[in-house]
Design a protein around this ligand. Structure first.
Ligand SMILES: Nc1ncnc2c1ncn2[C@@H]1O[C@H](COP(=O)(O)OP(=O)(O)OP(=O)(O)O)[C@@H](O)[C@H]1O
Ligand SMILES: Cc1ncsc1CCO
Ligand SMILES: [Mg+2]
Length: 267
């Protein structure tokens, strides 16, 4: 099965993407949203999130630097989003690291219908019931071992789950995709996962279907990473990070079609 990429729809639609996210990578998430042709707004106060999400085209929730007041904002925003049929993507950053994060995500999953959930292998393993992770980075989790559980969880939650890593894995519980593009340098810059989740928000906001949105976003990050790696000397992570933003601004459907290594199994 081949994917018909609609990346350029983001530039055509210029969707407004509401992010409730962490303070480590917030600027990167805003800039990547802009580089793709969407419009970012970061709004966190419980007093304003419902109003903001009501005129946004997608909501991005990222629990990277969680606090009690943010939980209230996330639930308020997400409830309005669900009522208004605004798609929502969740990034369960470091969900296995503390009980607070785990209980928050469990509560969010009880109260909110997510369109896509994107995490690294440790984070998604935790959501599948194998609690893992000491911080926000993936530990050496073997994805193959828990693919059946990811599929089951996606079906149960009626959502798309995207697992990032050396090989990315995406499923809606029936269809599956694996992407082999990328470079290890992407793990040497903080926030490439958060930015991938922001990309999913941009795709969803442009009206791209959830499974295709997740595939497109992981593929774009992998391809732009490969391109940026080719422009820098080994280990020049600062320049690599800068080139990433140039790459997102240059991305197009032809690049995706030509260089993408995406293997899709239809259900
Ligand atoms: N070993 C690897 N080789 C190639 N690409 C990788 C590798 N590990 C991760 N990636 C890519 O890096 C990007 C970010 O994924 P990663 O799993 O590191 O996210 P993350 O842990 O949530 O990151 P962060 O929390 O710092 O934002 C994805 O595009 C993924 O495909
Ligand atoms: C390092 C870090 N800590 C909380 S959020 C974040 C950004 C990467 O997820
Ligand atoms: Mg992350």
């Amino acid at each position: 099965m081949t994917i018909a990429f609609k990346w350029e729809k983001i530039r055509e639609e210029q969707p407004l993407i509401h992010h409730i996210t962490n303070y480590v990578t917030v600027t990167d998430c805003a800039n990547i949203t802009l580089a793709c042709g969407a419009s970012p707004v970061m709004a966190h106060a419980p007093e304003e999130v419902s109003e903001m999400v009501a005129h946004s085209q997608a909501l991005v929730l990222n629990i990277g630097t969680l606090s009690q007041s943010l939980i209230e904002s996330m639930i308020r925003a997400a409830k309005t989003a669900n009522q208004k049929q605004v798609p929502i993507v969740l990034d369960p950053v470091g969900v296995g690291a503390t009980t607070f994060r785990l209980q928050t995500v469990q509560e969010l999953l009880r109260q909110v219908q997510f369109t896509v959930i994107r995490g690294n292998a440790s984070e998604i393993a935790t959501l599948c019931g194998f609690r893992e992770g000491k911080g926000v980075d993936a530990i050496d989790t073997e994805l193959k071992q828990f693919i059946p559980q990811v599929r089951k969880l996606a079906k149960q939650l009626q959502t798309v789950i995207a697992v990032s890593g050396e090989v990315d894995y995406i499923t809606d519980g029936t269809q599956e995709a694996q992407i082999t593009n990328g470079t290890e340098l992407l793990t040497k810059v903080t926030g490439t996962g958060c930015m991938t989740t922001a990309l999913i928000g941009c795709c969803l906001g442009a009206g791209i279907p959830p499974f295709t949105s997740a595939i497109t976003s992981l593929l774009v990050m992998g391809l732009v990473g490969e391109w940026a790696e080719g422009l820098v000397e080994a280990d020049n992570v600062g320049s690599f990070r800068t080139y990433l933003f140039d790459g997102f601004a240059k991305m197009n459907n032809q690049w995706l079609q030509k260089k993408g290594k995406v293997y899709v199994t239809a259900g």
